[in-house]
Design a protein around this ligand. Structure first.
Ligand code: PEP
Ligand code: MG
Length: 325
């Protein structure tokens, strides 16, 4: 199996009916970048910056942050990297920060909420990112965006930092794109607006499923209770794919779902063309892509979704379809 996947490394991920699928890597530490070459991934679709903060004994300095981002961008060469701003809080605790007593940490003070309430932290990180890019393209995305206004405010902070650096003679990124994670269900109901405002969107299916079904993603007793291939979830995914395309806003899926071949196949059928996943998932997902016709999957999904009621899962039908390939 492993050998088989390795042989696919330089084979482009194109379906049998000619649909090109972008396979990218999820990463969080510099060592992860080695997987870019090893897997043949097209780039890093999600770089989780909180990892550097979580493994440190104290808050990483601006210089340390900049050094890591520079090293990440250098190690990726010409391959694009999407760097996510700090996603701390919830289950991601920094040992040197006072622990907040919150009844519901997943719903608490975390990610972009901290960034907007304590902009000094976000500003330091953004400045480090902008300096690190030094004339190269840069893609930054914000986690846990719940309203369009939060995205607009985060963008304003980036603009301020850019202006500051320009005044001080720094070279800005040639192309600086700003994206929003779609992982809080409220964005589903502002999807046209956020797709208009953001340069790109990335579906965080781990949190999106957690909040959509109100199931704690870490709680084994309930985590597997709802299927991301159920009609309710698939309608949510479809909405994002369709409205993103309508607004000409590129959409990637960076949650774990994109790394599971059958689930990723369903998402291809819904119209998603870019996925970001753990290194070990690239081979199996590419093998899936090479074996399917996107149009046939799309047709199957249309039929099944029209036929089923909420609560039912498309998994059995999709599994049967995949098996018959
Ligand atoms: C997600 O929520 O799907 C995601 C990619 O982010 P994280 O797993 O880091 O919360
Ligand atoms: Mg998330």
């Amino acid at each position: 199996r492993q050998e088989q996947y390795r042989a696919l490394r330089d084979v482009p991920a194109i379906t049998r009916d000619g649909v090109r699928i972008g396979l990218h890597l999820n990463a969080g530490l510099l060592v992860d970048l080695g997987h870019l070459v090893e897997t043949g991934a097209e780039g890093v679709g999600l770089f989780r910056t909180e990892l550097q903060f979580m493994v440190a004994q104290r808050m990483p300095s601006a210089a340390e942050q900049q050094a890591l981002y520079r090293a990440v961008l250098t190690a990726s060469g010409d391959k694009p990297v999407t760097i996510r701003t700090l996603d701390i809080g919830g289950d991601k605790i920094l040992p040197y920060m006072p622990k907040l007593e919150e009844e519901n940490p997943a719903l608490g003070w975390r990610a972009i909420r901290i960034g907007l309430d304590r902009p000094a932290l976000l500003r330091v990180q953004l400045r480090a990112l902008l300096k690190a890019s030094d004339g190269h393209p840069l893609k930054i995305m914000f986690p846990m965006v719940a309203t369009v206004d939060e995205f607009v405010r985060a963008r304003a902070i980036v603009d301020r930092e850019k202006a500051h650096l320009r005044r001080h003679g720094y070279t800005l990124p040639v192309d600086c794109q700003l994206g929003a994670m779609v992982e809080v269900p409220s964005l589903l109901f502002q999807i046209d607006e956020i797709a208009r405002e953001a340069d790109f969107l990335s579906v965080g299916s781990n949190d999106l499923m957690q909040f959509l079904f109100a199931v704690d993603r870490e709680n084994r007793r309930v985590a597997d209770r709802f299927d991301p291939l159920s009609v309710a979830a698939m309608r949510a995914f479809r909405l994002i794919a369709e409205r993103g395309a309508a607004a000409n806003c590129p959409v990637t899926v960076c949650g774990e779902i994109g790394g599971r071949p059958l689930d990723a196949m369903a998402l291809v059928g819904l119209g998603f063309r870019n996925f970001s996943m753990s290194p070990a998932a690239i081979g199996p997902v590419k093998a899936m892509v090479l074996s399917i016709e996107a149009a046939a999957v799309a047709e199957l999904i249309d039929t099944e979704m029209a036929r089923m009621h909420d609560g039912d899962s498309l998994r059995p039908a999709l599994a049967a379809f995949a098996k018959a390939r």
